[in-house]
Ligand binder design. Structure first.
Ligand SMILES: NC(=O)C1=CN([C@@H]2O[C@H](COP(=O)(O)OP(=O)(O)OC[C@H]3O[C@@H](n4cnc5c(N)ncnc54)[C@H](OP(=O)(O)O)[C@@H]3O)[C@@H](O)[C@H]2O)C=CC1
Ligand SMILES: CC(=O)N[C@@H](CCC(=O)OP(=O)(O)O)C(=O)O
Length: 341
């Protein structure tokens, strides 16, 4: 299988490249860079890949379609919305890590503050939360956002089995700085991040509509969630701490059973009961570890869902979608180990 990769100079793209190199069904990775006019060796563009003399090619969509069987885009919002139709019209599969094809036009323009792709193209894209949506056909896959992945996996059993009051959901999500990509901003400057916690995008985060859409596909009565994001001084990882009121008659045993049943056959989601996970235990892996505690004194369920934003939240889930699209075993290329210590 020959695959195309766009965006290798970014954080998600470079991690995706490493995963593709170790995937048993990938025979050749063609890398395309929008800055190039002529082929250039990877190790001159990214010295971190010092022994890698792969020629990085100028971006050209017809070359991508002719020379590959699938393309991965690890590009910022606003890039694929302009070019998705080239691939959709050619019936050529794409796995898009950006948020460009996850929302309808009006939601995208409202939350991303950019012009949306055409609704006709958006209608062709499949949302790819890998545990619940099976990527299939020669499809355009909208790989989920990192916060959305941690939050949705933490809420799925509770919403699908109608165990919580829908107007009581509060998500307090924390991320390391690699989630913001490689571009420097005042928020991610070392001096600002180090020894600090910063709430950002309060009630305006672009993953809110993505999360609500998917929750509504499980229970149409979901209308809104309270969702806050905090930047924390680590490089990789997300912890979504989720609070909700249990419905009358629901207790800790029912919650435990719902999570165990839902994730029993999902190799990358580990339900740990009341043992609430920390971020470090998933960093370096494609896992989502989840713990849940019910407090009868306040009738509150607390869920703790952790992922590595660059793996389960981006490149790892992209490989899960790739495996689904091409009928490869679910864990192909994803037998990864936690970074230690
Ligand atoms: N970081 C994360 O944890 C997650 C990221 N995502 C999404 O994945 C995508 C990539 O994220 P991330 O790696 O963090 O971003 P980065 O900003 O680190 O990297 C973006 C990459 O896209 C390239 N690029 C920029 N503009 C264009 C263009 N017009 N055409 C082609 N390539 C372009 C950049 O190249 P150049 O070197 O020229 O800048 C770079 O290689 C984003 O949409 C992000 O929202 C999703 C989930 C998690
Ligand atoms: C720490 C940090 O800044 N994280 C980013 C994650 C967003 C992302 O991954 O982008 P998509 O919208 O394409 O999913 C943010 O909060 O905007």
């Amino acid at each position: 299988m020959e695959v195309a990769l766009v965006g290798i100079t970014g954080y998600a793209g470079m991690v995706l490249y490493q995963l593709l190199q170790n995937h048993p069904n990938v025979t050749k990775i063609h890398i395309y860079d929008h800055n190039l006019n002529e082929p250039t060796e990877l190790n001159t563009i990214l010295p971190i890949f010092h022994d890698d003399h792969t020629e990085v090619l100028p971006y050209e969509d017809s070359d991508i379609v002719n020379d590959n069987q699938v393309a991965f885009f690890a590009t910022p919002a606003g890039v694929t919305s302009k070019i998705a139709s080239d691939y959709i019209e050619a019936n050529f599969p794409v796995i898009d890590l950006s948020g460009d094809m996850r929302l309808n036009q009006s939601d995208y323009e409202h939350w991303y503050h950019k012009p949306a792709a055409s609704q006709r193209d958006l209608d062709q894209a499949q949302y790819g939360l890998a545990e619940f949506e099976l990527a299939s056909g020669h499809s355009y896959i909208a790989n989920p956002g990192c916060y959305a992945t941690a939050t949705l996996l933490g809420l799925a059993p509770l919403i699908q089995q109608h165990l919580i009051e829908l107007n009581s959901i509060i998500v307090d999500a924390k991320s390391g700085t690699s989630g913001a990509g490689k571009a420097l901003s005042p928020l991610t400057h070392f001096t600002q991040v180090n020894d600090n916690l910063q709430i950002y995008k309060p009630n305006t985060h672009q993953h809110i509509p993505e999360i609500v859409n998917e929750l509504q596909s499980w229970d149409i009565n979901v209308s809104a969630i309270q969702f806050m994001t905090t930047l924390i001084p680590i490089t990789r990882g997300i912890m979504a701490t989720i609070y909700a009121k249990a419905k009358p008659g629901v207790d800790g045993i029912m919650i435990d059973k719902a999570f165990s049943q839902t994730y029993n056959d999902k190799p990358f989601v580990h339900f740990l009961g009341e043992a609430l996970p920390d971020i470090k235990q998933v960093v370096g892996t494609n896992n989502c570890d989840i713990g849940a505690i019910y407090n009868p004194a306040t009738n509150t369920v607390t869920i703790d869902s952790v992922i590595d934003n660059l793996l389960k939240g981006a490149a790892g889930q992209a490989i899960q979608n790739f495996n689904q699209l091409f009928d490869y075993p679910e864990s192909s290329g994803l037998n990864l180990q936690t970074f230690l210590p």
